[in-house]
Structure formats: C-alpha cells, structure tokens
Design a protein around this ligand. Structure first.
Ligand SMILES: Cc1cc2nc3c(=O)[nH]c(=O)nc-3n(C[C@H](O)[C@H](O)[C@H](O)COP(=O)(O)O)c2cc1C
Length: 199
C-alpha cells in the first residue's frame, strides 16, 4: 500500500460490505500494511415503493438509483461481516461501524473483538449533530462496566468472538423439542388463530 510509505499517522482501511468474502479484502489490507480495519460502509439498497402512489420513496421525477443504507437495519449484517474478520485475524485491530446508536449496539462489536466503535446515521439524526449520541454511548459504557466490574475495554474485548461458529457446530435440538427457536405456539409472521365466534 503506497500510502503506508509516506503516512506519518496510523492507516485504517474502511471496507465496503458489498463483497462475497470480506476476509479476502481484509487480508489484502493487512498485507499492504493497514494498521486497522473499519467496517462496515453502507450496504447497497433500493428505496421501497409506495403502494398507493407506486413511486419510490425517494425519487427524482419518478426515477431512483441504488444507494447506500446505514442505520439500525444494517447492525446484524455488519456484525456478521465483522465477525468473519475478527475471527480470521484475532490479533489485528478493528473498528466497528454500522447501526450503532447506543452502547448496547457498540458492545456487540467490542465483544466480537473491535477496539473502537463509530457512528454515522445516529449522529446525523441527532438534533445536536452528535453530542447526544456520544453522551449516550459513554453513559452506557460506564454503567455496563460498573455492573460487570470491568476496569477497561480490554477486560471484555473479543470475549464472544469464539462463540461465532459454523452451522454444523451448533447443537441441534431433538425434533420433538424443536419449535423454530421460539417457545410460543406462533412464530415469525404467522398470525395467531382467531378464536371461533360463538353465537
Ligand atoms: C449520507 C451518508 C454519507 C456517507 N458518506 C461517507 C463518506 O464520505 N465516507 C465514508 O467512509 N463513509 C461514508 N458513509 C458511511 C458511514 O460512514 C457508515 O460507514 C455507514 O453509514 C454505516 O454506519 P451507520 O449505520 O452508523 O450509518 C456515509 C453514510 C451516509 C448515510
């Protein structure tokens, strides 16, 4: 990486999640001398179509184009990408971004091995352009560390990284006990049965 030959500050590479195997890009970045990787950038997306007007929710004269999606919807998607990388390179430095607006969200990144976290959409939506989000993050982190008796981020960074395994390593319940992961009778989008009207 040419930039490393002249850079006087640490170089962090920010990766797009729009790739089949992000570990390949991470590997190339580290090989080029990257000091850390930040992920994720936005995910490719298209606005929904309004069922009444049949217009895209964002359009110019009826036309739209694919754009990057950030915010709450991408948190689990971005965590999956991050876990792939922190598991592949547990000794390397990572910064988590994607869907963070409070400390619980940032915590997932920390538990997967990230040493820092970043915020974009939540800061843009914050009326004070960021400070409230930062306060929420700091207060959440302070509360969490007091509750668990942690003295620094290093006490809990990466402690759930090894819990992310391949499907085949997850113990399957006996068929009779299997309720799709839910205890309720109704799951997912299934509607509860209406009780029969009595006359
Ligand atoms: C309007 C907008 C503009 C952005 N511009 C940039 C940019 O110039 N450079 C960059 O690295 N990421 C940019 N991003 C990506 C964000 O930094 C961030 O990686 C992404 O939105 C996911 O984080 P979030 O869920 O906190 O928004 C932009 C995101 C948005 C929504």
């Amino acid at each position: 990486m040419a930039v490393k030959e002249v850079a006087k500050v640490p170089v962090w590479v920010k990766l797009t999640p729009a790739t089949a195997n992000i570990v390949v890009e991470a590997e190339a970045s580290f090989r080029g001398g990257a000091d850390a990787i930040a992920s994720s950038n936005t995910f490719p997306s298209l606005p929904l179509i309004d069922p009444n007007t049949l217009d895209f929710e964002m359009n110019v004269e009826g036309y739209t184009s694919s754009g990057g999606l950030g915010g709450p919807a991408i948190l689990p998607l971005s965590l999956a990408k991050m876990a792939q990388m922190t598991k592949a390179f547990p000794e390397k430095a990572f910064s988590g971004i994607g869907g963070i607006s409070n400390f619980d969200h940032a915590l997932s990144y920390f538990l997967l091995g990230c040493g820092t976290a970043q915020v974009c959409t939540a800061a843009m939506l914050d009326s004070a352009i960021g400070p409230n989000v930062i306060k929420t993050l700091i207060n959440g982190m302070t509360e969490f560390m007091e509750k668990h008796g942690y003295a620094s981020l290093e006490d809990f960074r990466g402690i759930r990284r090894d819990r992310v395994v391949s499907h085949s390593q997850i113990k399957r319940p006996e068929q009779l006990e299997y309720h799709g992961g839910y205890d309720e009778d109704v799951e997912g989008y299934a509607k509860p049965a209406e009780p029969l009207a009595t006359v």
